[in-house]
Design a protein around this ligand. Structure first.
Ligand code: ZN
Length: 243
């Protein structure tokens, strides 16, 4: 008889990166909710139609705490799980790329909201590194355009008014349906369709574990809800899955 190792899926939200110094912009108390002017910077139609908003967006990207941020104990614990031979997939609402920076195999990370480390052209779809675009900003281009087609460049993150990449979402749905354990960590589970992955995993028989400071709408479905700080709670929880 062949026994399959249980697949552990994690859905990670902003709470996983706050220990790395990246604030939760989207959360209930986040910048995007409190400040309508700030929300314009990440709203697709406004970004496309207003050059001043784009200039402000590039300054905000330039000054983002993401570039100084280092992976923390939570990111490292997930890498430890992979290195121990446990099949693991991470579905993340974060755009900071810190799971990969920590050393997790990139194809095992599904970035539902895209990546702040890349830019994409809204005209031709060409992608490139954010680093290069920010170098152009530093050398005086206030709104760098696509070098290929002259189109408007943006961060390769999902803005308000944009839909999620259907291929990434499709993979995330398959992971939620196929995993044995589903751990939602650092996410208030308020943003759809990310949150609905939790319900899907539970429906398909996964053990559901939630690590989050605040209550979530899915707590009632969970086998265990942990309210301790993520930096200590997640390593402790994941150590129970290593052989
Ligand atoms: Zn282009």
């Amino acid at each position: 008889m062949v026994t399959r190792k249980p697949l552990v899926a994690l859905l990670s939200g902003a709470g996983v990166s706050t220990d790395s110094g990246i604030p939760d912009y989207r959360g209930p108390q986040g910048l995007w909710r409190r400040d309508p002017e700030a929300e314009k910077l990440v709203t697709y139609d406004v970004y496309m139609s207003d050059p001043e908003i784009r200039r402000r967006s590039w300054r905000m990207r330039r000054d983002s705490p993401t570039w100084q941020a280092r992976p923390n104990a939570a990111h490292e614990a997930i890498v430890g799980l992979e290195r121990a031979g446990v099949p693991v997939r991470v579905i993340t609402q974060n755009v900071d790329g810190l799971h990969q920076r920590a050393g997790l195999t990139p194809r095992k990370v599904l970035e539902l909201h895209g990546s702040a480390r890349s830019v994409v052209c809204t005209g031709c779809g060409e992608r490139g590194p954010m680093d290069e675009a920010l170098e152009r900003v530093a050398s005086g281009e206030e709104d760098p355009d696509c070098r290929g087609c002259g189109g408007i460049l943006k961060s390769a993150t999902v803005m308000f008014g944009e839909r999620l990449d259907p291929a990434v979402l499709g993979e995330a749905v398959a992971v939620a349906k196929g995993c044995d354990v589903f751990i939602a960590v650092g996410t208030s589970l308020q943003v759809q369709p990310a949150a609905s992955l939790v319900g899907l995993a539970a429906e398909h028989g996964a053990r559901l574990l939630i690590v989050n400071a605040e209550p979530t709408p899915y707590d009632g479905l969970a086998e265990r809800v942990i309210r301790e700080p993520i930096g200590t709670a997640l390593p402790a929880l994941l150590s129970t899955f290593t052989p």
